[in-house]
Design a protein around this ligand. Structure first.
Ligand code: G6P
Length: 608
């Protein structure tokens, strides 16, 4: 994780870098730092805590200069202390910001120490500063030095480096961690994510793996590839717009993003349906042939995206008749998976930069899949560029670390995939589902209107230590996602179970202190779910049920029921996710946690 930003500009860069860091804070927020070049002096401030702590230091003692690098950290090697915060300096001659992990830093460190180098931090990154310093003292320029030392680095890195003896120069390198070049007007920038640079440019070069880039004054940008050859990389115009930069009327980004769901669900559907049928071409020109050949599908993802994959398994098997396996990327990449002939690989990721998911995709390419499909929210991300076919989820930037609109738009995209596979392989349009898809935004609005009631419900959770979420069928993953949301932002221990499994263990946990949350749509598992809820009630558990308006589950002593509008059962997992998001949000607000940036987490995990 971690976020880096760098600038070679025509003006003082402090504010540009600071704004960039604020926008990258979702990537890590335990400490931050900035080095600015003033003539041949590198001046640095670092602070423990969020970017605000660094901003306070900069306000008290500004760092003037037109070239600089900055970093917001999510600790991997070494605690979040000021000494471990980036930029790291080597002999005051060179400054480095790094996102990633240098896996072989220990032998490098030992070698440098035996040569008399003193280390000032416990980080893996500091070796880069000293390796560069070593080369610079041999007379190499910053670019040459960087090119030499990256060959010694194992693991993953996105780097921004500068040297006291080369004013107006920043060198960047990318291997395994994201890095984009911002193309300004007579100015040039680097960042982990285009979002960081939207106040200064909307034109970006997405560096390829192994690329090195040199930014010089007057906006000069030169890229060389892994082989050291100068290359021209395409300049892309950023399409998302900058609407996510503010919370608007909302208290938190998470709440804003929950309420954006009706619009983004409309966006993900736009232009992808026609006359009661999905447009298979919306997956790209190669999709038809790929889907035709898909005898099985393997879905790989992490975190919330994994839960979307679990819902899709129910859909793809039921509506398209294709066997599906779903697995978390960090497990998949270290197994020895057997890939039956005719298997399609599907990677799900909001960011398209999650290290484990990317590694899984790269591994999958060696295993004989018929092709790879990325379902992703970030155009130009590594996952999208490296997959054969991509479908964008168009959720717009998601800032809250706990994923909300990215999840529901992934579900819509996965339903489109289900419909596309069913159409290509079986000639089945599933017209009923297609028709209801168009009504989803309106149904979501109706559910969001329950916000006040859900807020009132949340009071019952503020003092709880544990919670249990139950669902059946495609709503088991919905329960998993509900439990994850509660854990992530309210720090309440929550578990999710398929309701039928309750009697095989978790029932032992149920007593009058245990809140049990269940989703009860009007589907063919309803009667079975009701029996499971009776099992909870009989043990004194406090039930909170989100139920279809037509089902006869009534509120009574120990059972609180909130009714949702009727929805076609195929789309119920989408709708029933919303109240669980709102519930977690309100519980977290009551508990006073940092809703948008919960402790120990990061939005985009670009390290293993
Ligand atoms: C992190 C985030 C989660 C997210 C997961 C996968 O853990 O905190 O919210 O679900 O990464 O991210 P991706 O961008 O690949 O969907």
């Amino acid at each position: 994780m971690c976020g880096i930003v760098a600038a070679v500009a025509q003006r003082n860069v402090q504010e540009i870098l600071l704004e960039g860091l604020k926008r990258l804070e979702y990537r890590g927020y335990d400490s931050a730092g900035m080095t600015v070049q003033d003539g041949s002096v590198l001046s640095r401030h670092r602070a423990v805590g969020k970017v605000g702590a660094l901003a306070a230091k900069l306000a008290a003692a500004p760092l003037p200069g037109t070239t600089g690098i900055a970093h917001t950290r999510w600790a991997t090697h070494g605690k979040p202390t000021e000494a471990n915060a980036h930029p790291h300096h080597g002999a005051e001659r060179v400054a480095v910001v790094h996102n990633g992990i240098i896996e072989n830093y220990e032998p490098i460190k030992q070698r440098l120490e035996s040569d008399g180098v003193t280390f000032n931090s416990q980080t893996d990154t500091e070796v880069i500063a000293h390796l560069l310093d070593e080369r610079l003292s041999k007379g190499e320029d910053l670019f040459e030095a960087t090119r030499t030392i990256v060959t010694q680095l194992g693991g993953a890195y996105a780097l921004g480096v500068m040297s006291a003896s080369e004013p107006g120069v920043v060198v960047g390198a990318r291997q395994g961690s994201p890095l984009v070049v911002g193309v300004g007007i007579d100015e040039a920038f680097l960042a982990s994510d285009p979002m960081a640079l939207l106040p200064v440019t909307d034109r970006f070069i997405y560096l390829e793996e192994g690329d090195l880039v040199v930014l010089r004054e007057k906006g000069a940008i030169s890229v060389v590839d892994r082989a050291g050859q100068p290359v021209e990389r395409t300049v892309h115009t950023f399409e998302h717009g900058d609407g996510a930069a503010s919370k608007g009327e909302y208290r938190h980004y998470m709440l804003k993003e929950i309420f954006e769901q009706p619009e983004v669900i409309e966006a993900v559907l736009e232009g992808r349906l026609s006359a009661g049928s999905v447009l298979v071409e919306s997956f790209g020109p190669d999709a038809q042939a790929l889907f035709q050949r898909a005898r099985q599908i393997h879905v790989i993802a992490c975190g919330t995206s994994f839960h979307a994959g679990l819902v899709a398994r129910y859909w793809l098997e039921r509506y398209a008749g294709v066997p599906v396996q779903v697995e978390v990327a960090s497990e998949y990449r270290y197994r020895h998976p057997v890939v039956p002939e005719g298997t399609l690989f599907v990677a799900l990721s909001q960011s398209g930069e999650t290290a484990d998911t990317l590694a899984a995709l790269r591994f999958a390419k060696t295993l004989g899949y018929i092709g790879s499909l990325a379902i992703c929210n970030v155009p130009g991300s590594s996952l999208v560029r490296e997959s054969d076919v991509a479908l964008m989820t168009r959720a717009g930037p998601e800032i809250g670390v706990a994923s909300t609109k990215a999840f529901t738009t992934q579900l819509v995209a996965l339903m489109l995939l289900t419909l596309a596979v069913a159409k290509v392989q079986r000639g089945d349009d599933h017209r009923d589902i297609v028709e209801v898809l168009g009504t989803l935004p309106g149904l979501c609005r109706q559910v969001l209107a329950l916000n006040g009631q859900i807020e009132a419900l949340s009071q019952a959770f503020a003092e709880k230590q544990h919670a249990l979420f139950l669902g059946r069928g495609a709503h088991y993953p919905v329960a998993l996602e509900g439990a994850l949301k509660l854990k992530e932002i309210s720090y309440i221990h929550a578990e999710a179970y398929p309701a039928g499994e309750l009697k095989h263990g978790p029932l032992a946990l149920v007593d009058s202190e245990m809140p049990v949350i269940s989703v009860a749509p009007n589907d063919d598992l309803l009667e079975k779910l009701k029996s499971n809820l009776q099992e909870v009630r009989a043990r004194g558990g406090q039930l909170f049920v989100f139920a279809d308006e037509n089902v006869d589950i009534t509120g009574q002593e120990g059972i609180q029921v909130l009714t949702l509008p009727y929805v076609h059962e195929a789309l119920a997992p989408l709708l029933y996710t919303l109240p669980l998001q709102l519930l977690s949000y309100h519980v977290a607000v009551l508990k006073g946690t940092d809703v948008d940036q919960p402790r120990n987490l990061a939005k985009s995990v670009t390290v293993e």
